[in-house]
Ligand binder design. Structure first.
Ligand code: DGL
Length: 435
């Protein structure tokens, strides 16, 4: 299928060009970093998390709130101390270029892969712009020691590229992604939930579904555990992530609730047509934006199960009575802890750090007002047709720049979701805003 990415994916010329271009020292150019920053003791450097927008904040929240291990022995088991105590973080939301999930269907996989690798290069480097009116970038950001891809689409299309670039650059930095971590979350469910009598529904972007990354990762993880393979169905949501971000063009057509209802009903209709009939017992929130509307998703499934039309219950047999929700964010947080411990990259924590709030630097991308070729839409974001038609390999055209996030850049609706659902992230954002 077009859009499917294989583990051994070949690297297009544009990507090779970017991999050759990035490690430079010193350099003022965009999408470069200084490799010598990363060939020393990395332990006190921050951890990088990125997404195409605010969705990855659900992953950051899971990381900040995790207490699943003993911080001294590193063994599983809560010890009343946050597992990432003493760590610092850099978050990037590539908001100007989102939604990532719609590039594959437009035949723009190579461009998407380049965007994803550029996110990683930003995290490895020091370069950013103080604000969108600045005339020059500055170089005071800290490089990161590890990268957690807080985006399913970016994991599906870019994790392999990031890993092979890190290898080419010979860096001791590692990267992990949400998809493989989410699949390991599925393995934790008992056979009674994911046996052959039921199905798993992956709710994701259209791009993630096309990549087949989830079915493959789940089959692999269950296969390794010697478990039975359940039926897996996928539903690609075209515009839910953008609606959650508060995109005015999407919200002018439908509310978040209407999109959730419409797309879940479409998924059930196609499940019915497929004739497999196994009720959905497990839902994977396969887009990091979706945990922000988890209640709406669960309530919609419950309502549709009970829906009675013309004396019939059209969806009752397709939805199990109790639904298990897998949020890959939690499993990503656990994997990050284990990988940091394994790589001996955990920050040396001090007594002062115990219980103190972690330092987090939040960044987002925005259109570059000084780039002559950039085309803006009515809402001052990149014009959607310009955005989707760009070609990879144009490393001198910096049409978007990365700036520190300010709370007034986030639409009120998304800010509300963050404030109420992501308390650790929210207090970090307020700290940055008050500085
Ligand atoms: N949050 C991203 C994910 O997990 C998707 C949003 C987008 O399409 O950019 O796939």
């Amino acid at each position: 299928m077009a859009g499917r990415i294989d583990a051994q994916q070949s690297s297009p010329a544009g990507l090779d060009h970017l991999i050759a271009h990035a490690p430079k020292s010193p350099s003022l150019a965009a999408w470069t970093f200084d490799p010598s920053d990363l060939r020393q003791d990395l332990r006190q450097l921050p951890i990088g998390v990125f997404d195409s927008g605010i969705g990855g904040l659900t992953v950051l929240e899971a990381i900040l709130g995790l207490d699943a291990y003993n911080n001294d022995t590193l063994q599983p088991g809560a010890d009343g101390r946050k597992d990432f105590e003493g760590e610092s973080f850099v978050y990037l939301g590539d908001q100007a270029n989102m939604p990532y999930g719609n590039y594959p269907a437009a035949g723009q996989i190579d461009y998407l892969r380049e965007l994803i690798l550029k996110d990683a290069i930003f995290l490895l480097g020091r370069r950013y712009w103080p604000d969108t009116n600045s005339t020059e970038p500055v170089f005071t950001k800290q490089p990161v020691k590890a990268i957690a891809i807080g985006c399913n689409t970016a994991t599906a299309y870019g994790l392999t590229d990031i890993n092979s670039a890190l290898k080419t650059w010979n860096l001791p930095v590692f990267a992990i992604g949400v998809v493989q971590a989410g699949a390991r979350g599925v393995v934790q469910l008992p056979d009674a939930v994911i046996g052959h009598e039921s199905s798993i529904a992956v709710l994701a972007t259209v791009g993630t579904c096309r990549s087949e990354a989830y079915p493959r990762a789940i089959q692999q993880a269950l296969g390794q555990a010697g478990r039975r393979q359940p039926a897996i169905l996928q539903k690609g949501f075209v515009d839910l992530a953008a609606a959650i971000e508060g995109d005015p063009q999407v919200l002018a057509r439908n509310s978040v609730q209407q999109i959730v209802h419409r797309d879940i009903r479409e998924m059930l209709e196609s499940h019915k047509q497929s004739g497999s009939g196994q009720p959905i017992s497990t839902v994977i929130l396969g887009c990091t934006h979706f945990p922000l509307v988890k209640e709406q998703i669960i309530n919609t499934l419950r309502d549709l199960r009970e829906l009675k039309e013309e004396g019939q219950y059209p969806y009752q047999s397709l939805i199990a009575e109790s639904i298990h929700v897998v949020d890959p964010a939690e499993w990503t947080a656990r994997e990050l802890f284990r990988s940091l411990a394994l790589a001996r990259l955990r920050a040396a924590s001090t007594d002062q750090q115990s219980g103190s709030e972690p330092s987090i630097d939040f960044f987002i991308s925005a259109p570059n007002p000084r780039c002559p070729s950039v085309q803006l839409g009515p809402d001052a974001g990149l014009d959607p047709s310009y955005k989707i038609a760009r070609q990879p390999g144009q490393l001198t055209v910096e049409d978007t720049i990365v700036v520190p996030l300010q709370l007034d850049q986030i639409p009120a609706g998304s800010l509300n979701l963050i404030r109420h659902q992501l308390p650790h992230v929210w207090s970090g954002m307020k700290r940055q805003n008050d500085q």
